[in-house]
Design a protein. Structure first.
Length: 361
């Protein structure tokens, strides 16, 4: 069956339908990852977005329960050059097409994803819709252009109730703005006793749990739409070691006087080179964000820029000068992606232990 991707500038890409049968509308973005399609689709940071894969073949190793980053993804659609006719892996539990049908995510293949990606790079991300007919193109375009995409999706993807991820060592509170399960896996590897709190958590909610440390998760949308979290961080960073990832990084920056902005087409993929300024070490990182911290607004009396993206100089890491608090724009949990920066979780553990020692001294 034919399916069409219509962009708000009037461009139309014709292809073959797969996945769920239905129309969808979202922000069209691309990811440069050569693998990890399941992790990308189930990453809540792609909520309300139609995801374009630049890798030409998707679905060749199927889908399995181990690689979910969330159980109920909110990705609006999938665009790719070709879907594998046969998928095979010893870990496979489902095929890609059936997975998208179950998740109610429509897909389109057999289109020129290279041309589409070049358009998005040149003009920036834009609204798009997946439709099965161009019978009334003018009406389709009018509807698409009139659609207002809701950036306030954190409450939609966050847990509504606290829940534990048990361990026996350090007590960590993880605030869920759309967290990836890989963050929980990394904390489990370090035997942390983790309590996951909703995005609405206040400073008092966290302090009532008397944690050893606090983490701010990744998530979708504009960080300025979760200003209640900014106020929470202003208080919490004074009392507990704090580590922010992705959206958590942007919230941490806003809490300390910096500003954020929307990028032209964002960073999405698993091959972004980042330099640690202090050592010169270069890590290849997993990233998924459409907003970034404005380096000109970083207060040098409060924050140190610790990491920068090599390609465009984006601020990729911050550390507080007075408090035991730091953040990174990329995903050190790397699911999927290179594990170059996974030791940042160990840095956070060391920071927690250091504070314990100081309290006991």
């Amino acid at each position: 069956m034919q399916r069409y991707l219509v962009l708000e500038d009037g461009s139309v890409f014709s292809g073959k339908a797969f996945g769920f049968e239905g129309q969808s509308t979202g922000e069209v973005v691309f990811t440069t990852g050569m693998t990890g399609y399941q992790e990308a689709i189930t990453d809540q940071s792609f909520a309300n977005q139609i995801l374009v894969f630049t890798n030409p073949l998707i679905g060749n190793y199927g889908v399995n329960l181990d690689d979910y980053e969330s159980i109920t993804p909110n990705c609006c659609g999938v665009v790719c050059r070709e879907v594998a006719r046969v998928s095979d892996s010893w870990r496979k539990q489902n095929d890609f097409d059936s997975f998208l049908k179950q998740m109610k995510i429509p897909g389109i293949c057999h289109i020129d994803t290279r041309a589409l990606t070049k358009k998005l790079r040149e003009h920036g991300t834009m609204k798009g819709c997946l439709v099965d007919s161009l019978h009334d193109m003018d009406h389709t375009l009018d509807q698409l252009r009139a659609t207002v995409l809701n950036d306030r999706v954190v409450a939609q993807v966050s847990t509504t109730k606290p829940y534990p991820n048990p361990g026996e060592k350090r007590n960590v509170v993880l605030v869920d703005y759309g967290l990836k399960h890989s963050i929980l896996r990394e904390l489990s590897k370090r035997d942390c006793n983790t309590i996951v709190l909703p995005s609405s958590a206040t400073a008092q909610d966290i302090m009532n749990l008397k944690p050893d440390g606090v983490m701010l998760s990744n998530g979708p949308g504009d960080p300025k739409d979760v200003l209640h979290a900014v106020e929470m961080v202003k208080e919490i960073q004074q009392h507990y070691p704090l580590f922010g990832i992705c959206l958590g990084h942007q919230i941490f920056a806003l809490a300390n006087g910096a500003d954020t902005y929307k990028m032209k087409f964002g960073h999405r993929g698993f091959n972004h080179p980042v330099r640690e300024i202090a050592t010169g070490r270069i890590n290849f990182t997993s990233q998924n964000h459409g907003y970034a911290v404005d380096p000109a607004t970083v207060d040098k009396d409060e924050l140190i820029i610790t990491h920068k993206e090599i390609n465009d100089g984006t601020v990729e890491g911050l550390r507080h000068k007075k408090y035991k608090a730091f953040s990174v724009q990329f995903h050190p949990d790397a699911a999927p992606g290179p594990h170059d920066a996974v030791d940042l979780f160990d840095d956070f553990m060391h920071m927690i232990d250091q504070r314990k020692d100081e309290k006991n001294a």
